[in-house]
Design a binder for this molecule. Sequence first.
Ligand code: PAF
Length: 251
Amino acid sequence: MNIVTDIGVWQALRLQLHGQSIGFVPTMGNLHQGHISLCERARFENDVVVVSIFVNPTQFNQASDFEKYPRSIEQDRMLLEKSQVDHLLLFTAEHLYPDDYHIQVIETSLSQFFEGEFRLGHFTGMLTIVLKLLNLVSPQRAYFGEKDYQQLLLIKEMVTALFLPINIVACETVRAEDQLALSSRNSRLTKQQRQKAALLPKLLQSSLSIEEIKQQLIDAEFKVDYVDEKWGRRLAAVWLGEVRLIDNVKI
Ligand code: PAF
């Protein structure tokens, strides 16, 4: 696997890949089987697979969440090698924000509720970095998990609105045996919290009403940001201690 840390070097290399299909998996690292399944699908559907790891500061609405976001670059590198990824992009904030974040991608509708309401500025930061990365990689296909469902819809909307010739491929959420959606943040849960966390997918998949689900979560000492239904899905964001979990299931 080729590791690229310089944007100029990558841009020169990208020109040489002309004529080959490129599958791109943007990540913030601390990779798990959910990310690996995206890489495997990209491997199957494209000539070249590119992965980026960048913990994007502009999409964190709390400095402490950014600081505590798990980072495990050596382990990530080994996992990506095993998944036969061709190029790993490791750019810094200085590289990716030469404008000092003065240029931003703002969406004014879909981004205003659920995650957008509870994480102010999150979607602006996320859309801005995704647009930068899509422009740099210029892939035929880019792969995103359905766990971040609102993010996925926003990226699709941006790609359509800005006429980017990129196919956004939605991939099903990968779950642990107890149905908890895999997430980099799960590694921050204590053993006890991790056991309790499985209640979230269990309740979302149940036939209980939204109000009943909320009540059961509160009774189990989750802090609930929202539980709601939209887009034929049940979506939720909750806290267990200092760790925020999101999930959604098809109704
Ligand atoms: O889903 C993520 O990991 C991030 O939001 C993304 C898409 C890599 C942008 O930083």
